[in-house]
Design a protein around this ligand. Structure first.
Ligand SMILES: C[S@@+](CC[C@H](N)C(=O)[O-])C[C@H]1O[C@@H](n2cnc3c(N)ncnc32)[C@H](O)[C@@H]1O
Length: 267
């Protein structure tokens, strides 16, 4: 309830609190146990085979599958890509290894997350830079693909982010975008997306896939919170991890939020 109030009425306060929360997470010694901070994705219950993964990637299966779903609809050959809000870099590293773009820049406003990524994800063509989604410092027409996963809900002014996306994408370039919003905010969000002025190639409600992944990944999430978060902060972090505050083993929910995925293209 408090979260929802902050999101709707005081987006700048919510943004500051989020920033502190992510700096706090990055200051914990989570090592490689936490490389992703999204709710995950599966289509296994719809008859789709799970993606093959390296054994060391297996513990990150569901959040990694969200990146796979986001990235799989476009060609990455010789692409110069930008990810805005790359977090702890698991998605950047996965896309780099799996889809093999030419270059990939991960940007995040958490300085500690960038520091972590620079020391843990070392691949040719991959780099990480500190930056703000609402004020991207890249020249016009510089990227073939822009990726944004479960982050724009935290931007106080998402329209500014969308303007930068349109500006820095090359003509013909793709914006691969996934996020969630409260049900009553979905029409406004869709209007904002239409107003970017990019062609909508694909739009898909993936809420059921995300909820199913949260259910399958629940034990790992509980274990992470119980291992790393001091007791006094656990309730907040259960919520953050999509778990029920009083009963983390209950079926996960998204608090009446819907999760969508979009592929957009610049003319
Ligand atoms: C839920 S995490 C998702 C991280 C990553 N995309 C993933 O799926 O693992 C949201 C991320 O957004 C970043 N973030 C929030 N507001 C931002 C902003 N204005 N500019 C850049 N990054 C921001 C946070 O620091 C955090 O790393």
């Amino acid at each position: 309830m408090l979260n929802k109030l902050l999101f709707h009425r005081f987006p700048n306060v919510k943004s500051l609190l989020t920033r502190l929360q992510y700096e706090f997470i990055s200051a914990l010694n989570l090592k490689r146990d936490v490389l992703f901070m999204n709710f995950g994705y599966t289509a296994h219950h719809q008859g789709v085979d799970p993606i093959p993964l390296e054994p060391e990637d297996e513990i990150h299966r569901y959040p990694m599958q969200l990146y796979h779903h986001v990235a799989k609809h476009v060609s990455w050959t010789n692409a110069d890509a930008l990810e805005v809000s790359s977090g702890r870099g698991g998605g950047a590293s996965f896309i780099m290894r799996h889809f093999k773009p030419r270059t990939y820049v991960g940007v995040d406003f958490s300085a500690k997350a960038i520091e972590f990524c620079r020391s843990h994800h070392i691949l040719e063509g991959l780099r990480f830079e500190h930056g703000n989604a609402e004020d991207l410092k890249y020249p016009d027409n510089s990227f073939d693909v822009i990726v944004n996963v479960e982050a724009s809900l935290y931007y106080p002014n998402v329209k500014k982010f969308f303007q930068h996306v349109k500006r820095v994408l090359k003509p013909g370039g793709y914006f691969l975008y996934t996020d969630l919003r409260y049900e009553e905010k979905i029409p406004e969000w869709h209007t904002q997306i239409e107003e970017i002025g990019l062609k909508i190639i694909k739009e898909e409600d993936i809420t059921d896939n995300v909820l199913k992944a949260m259910e399958l990944d629940r034990e790992r999430r509980i274990h992470l919170v119980d291992t790393y978060i001091p007791v006094i902060l656990r309730k907040q972090f259960y919520h953050f991890a999509g778990l029920d505050l009083d009963s983390p083993t209950a079926v996960p929910h998204l608090e009446r939020r819907r999760y969508w995925y979009f592929v957009l293209q610049k003319a």
